[in-house]
Design a protein around this ligand. Structure first.
Ligand code: SF4
Ligand code: SF4
Length: 277
C-alpha cells in the first residue's frame, strides 16, 4: 500500500502524522517528498547510509552542427531554450530536462549533460523505518524532478508512506500521484478548511480516495467536520490540541514514542484505510 500524507496548507501537522504513523507500523518505508524543507529526519534521526546526487539532463548545443532553425525553441513548453540568429541560449532554471529539444533537432546538434538539483539521502531509523528523502539545492525550482527521483526508491515489499509538500501545486501532484490512498491533515480553522477544499478537488481529479486527520482538534469551529460530512470524506483520526504533544514536537520527539497508546490509534487508522481499499 502507498499512502500519501498531504495538506493544502503548510504547518497543519502533516509530518507529525507521517512520522508517528511510520513509527506505529512495521515494515515501513517513509519517503519525505517535501524536498524544499524535508524534516521527517529531524524526528526519526536516521543513520544515513547513502547520499547520492540528483540530476536533471540539460541540453548542450553544438554550434558547429546547429543551423539556428528554431525548432527546439518552438517545441519547448517551458521557454527554456531561445534561438538567436547566431546563438542558442539555454536557461537552466527553466529547463525541465524533458529531452524534447534533443529529439526534435533535425541536425542532431543537441546532446545532454547532467546538472545537479539536489541530493537524495537514505537511512534507517531503528530496525523498523527506512527513510528516503530529497533535499533540493537552495534557489533550485525543479522540485518535481527531485520528487520523482525520490519516488523511484519505492519498495513494493513495504507499506510506503509519502510525506507530500504543502499546497496544491505541481510538487504535491508529483508526490501523491500513484498513491492508493491520501490522508489529508487539516486543522479545524477557516484557513484549514479553505486549503482542505483545494486539495480535495485535486484528489478528485487524480481519483485518489482520501480521508481526513484533524490536528489540533478542539480549537476553531465545526465547519471542517460539516464539510467532511457533506463531501462524504471520512474523519480517520483526531489529534487534540494538547500542550504536551506540542512540547514533544518542539523537542523533536514523536509523540507515539512517549505516549505508546497512540500507536494503537494509528494502526487502527491504517486498518480502516485497508478495509476501505
Ligand atoms: S533545433 Fe537543432 S539545429 Fe535547430 S536551432 Fe535548435 S539546436 Fe539548432
Ligand atoms: S530539455 Fe525540455 S525543457 Fe529543457 S530546453 Fe529542452 S525542451 Fe525545453
Amino acid at each position: 500500500m502507498i499512502i500519501s500524507i498531504a495538506s493544502g496548507k503548510g504547518g497543519t501537522g502533516k509530518t507529525t502524522v507521517a512520522v508517528n504513523l511510520a513509527l506505529s507500523l512495521s515494515n515501513i518505508q517513509l519517503l519525505d517528498c517535501d524536498v524544499e524543507e524535508p524534516n521527517a529526519h529531524i524526528f526519526l534521526k536516521p543513520e544515513i547510509g547513502d547520499v547520492k546526487s540528483a540530476d536533471v539532463l540539460m541540453p548542450v548545443v553544438n554550434n558547429d552542427l546547429c543551423d539556428y532553425c528554431g525548432k527546439c525553441a518552438s517545441e519547448c513548453e517551458y521557454n527554456a531554450i531561445v534561438v538567436l540568429p547566431t546563438q542558442v541560449m539555454v536557461f537552466p532554471e527553466l529547463c525541465h530536462g524533458c529531452g524534447l529539444c534533443r529529439m526534435v533537432c533535425p541536425r542532431d546538434a543537441i546532446s545532454e549533460m547532467p546538472r545537479e538539483i539536489g541530493v537524495i539521502k537514505r537511512g534507517r531509523s531503528g530496525n523498523n523505518v527506512e527513510l528516503v528523502y530529497g533535499l533540493l539545492n537552495i534557489g533550485e525550482v525543479m522540485a518535481t524532478s527531485l520528487i520523482d527521483q525520490v519516488k523511484e526508491h519505492v519498495d513494493s515489499g513495504k507499506t510506503v508512506i509519502i510525506d507530500a509538500p504543502p499546497g496544491t501545486a505541481c510538487p504535491v501532484i508529483a508526490a501523491v500521484s500513484g498513491s492508493d490512498y491520501c490522508i489529508l491533515v487539516t486543522e479545524p480553522t477557516p484557513f484549514g478548511l479553505y486549503d482542505l477544499k483545494l486539495i480535495v478537488e485535486v484528489l478528485k481529479v487524480l481519483k485518489i480516495p482520501s480521508g481526513v486527520v484533524i490536528n489540533k482538534a478542539g480549537i476553531g469551529d465545526k465547519n471542517v467536520y460539516n464539510y467532511c460530512e457533506e463531501e462524504a470524506i471520512p474523519i480517520l483520526l483526531e489529534i487534540p490540541y494538547d500542550k504536551k504533544i506540542a512540547e514533544y514536537y518542539s523537542k523533536g520527539l514523536p509523540f507515539v514514542n512517549v505516549i505508546p497508546t497512540w500507536k494503537t490509534q494509528f494502526t487502527g487508522m491504517i486498518d480502516e484505510i485497508g478495509g476501505k481499499l
